[in-house]
Write a protein that binds this ligand. Sequence first.
Ligand code: HEM
Length: 543
Amino acid sequence: MSISQFLSFERDQVSHVLGVLLGLGVAWLFSVAVYRVWFHPLAGIPGPFLAKLTDFYGGYIASKGINHYHLYELHKKYGVAVRYGPNRVSFNSAKAIRDIYSSTKPLQKSAGYRALLLTGGIPSLFSSIDKIFHGRRRRIIGQGFSEAAMKSYEPIVQERIDRFSDVLIRDADNEGWGRGYDMSRLCAGLTFDVMAALIFGRPFRILEDPKGLSYVIDAIISAGRSVGIFHHLPIFGNNEFFFRVRGLFRLLFLNMQDIRNIKHFLTLSNAMTEERSKTEAARAAGEDIVKAQGTPAKDIFSYILDAKDPETGMHLSYTELWSEARVMIIAGSDTTSTALAGAFYYLSRDREILEKLRKELHAAFATEGEIWPGAKLTACTYLKHVVDEALRMSSPIGGILWRETQTDYIVEGRHLPKGTDVGVPVYATHHNPEYYPDPHTFNPDRWDESVVGAEAVAAAKSAWLPFQTGARSCIGRPLAMMELMLTLARTVYKYDIRVEAGKEEIAETEVVKGVREFKTRDQLTAATVGPFIQFKRREETVQ
Ligand code: HEM
């Protein structure tokens, strides 16, 4: 055989082997597809064809930030249960909330959470999957959210709300109307400042200097884009190769400016961490922390630093503590700011509701200075209903929070094998007419038994899920509610509100044709723009 004959024989052999491999690959993919669509234990549950084939369907929808609205449409089409991945089912019902999220049920957070690990891969209260680890962590960190702890945060929160209130009528025109603000941005300034003050011991001061450190907000929002996608791709948590390359995957969703912002945020938080650690060292050495850094002695950081697990007696190490602190800045800031911006959106569009709220507040408080957490504020039930309704309409976490079944398990009468991911899509359930008649209308009265009756309120409560429920529910709920109630009470008490001319539609979406709602981009938490609002001091409050 000549050399050229030999080479051509070799080429034929190689292309033959490649052809066989390709054929086997296609046959394997085909059989996996056939299995997933027709023979899988979840095959009987309806859903989009592509979602049955691959989780990349949900990942792709997540990359567009519309999973929450998409799941709403899918449930309208398919009913209570929708197959949203080869191994994933979404359930739109109050019963499913109890079946899936109650503390005693055999479910844990889905593998997708592992891909969210931040600091050097150390699990945090939020991202941990293991229930024993989580229980220990929660017992320690929970001490930073006790009633006594919340009391000691009040002056810190109030001080930031004072700054927020001052800013609202900055650069007022001849008639007293302040400049128009993008409330998503301004509320984020407030909530990021509050969290920094409670964790690092001093605020970022974004409210005073919006150009200064506001890149922190951009950093968190842009980092959230990939977080939202990972959450829908469990392969990044349960496959070691994908887990290791998740950082590279993240880069696909960031531009150079995003990367610079994230880097600056990490540098800043390291510097603030170091500064705070020095203050703590001074405290340990017996110096007065108030003198050392000019803030009250007890904030979230100091509570958690001192806290011990009552069962094991263990403290958090500094590394663990700072890992938790960073997660809290993220978890506690853009969620609360979305809720606030949403409440301003709905109040600015309904004068009747706004006036009813103002009337309640003026009846309860003689001056703005009297508005402080306590019995009087708690007695403002209409205010509470406004907040609950804003959290229903445009929930800061409006998508689906996946849980994995640890045994074979039944949800809503459907038998699910061990290892199935299940969840309740918050936007869809919050707009399910079974629990919320006329679901796309902002109606605080739906929470008032004297208006709609006890049964209707009980139904509404059974499907209301902004903070989740059970062992993995939001630990920061009392702090978020304090910020929301106080900020809205003080602003509505003191100011008139109007939508900035020509910018009405920027903040809006029409999930249902002809009905406008505050638009959120679902990226696990939410990214929002607007509403654009102006404020004017009311005559009766000018002293
Ligand atoms: C309106 C504001 C807020 C909303 C709507 C909200 C919502 C939620 C939700 C739905 C969860 C469950 C997440 C999951 O299952 O994956 C959660 C968990 C959590 N939230 Fe919030 N949150 C808010 C404010 C805050 C604040 C102010 C803080 C903090 C200081 C905070 C800290 C956390 C933490 C640490 C977790 C993890 C808890 C655990 O797994 O034990 N959140 N939040």
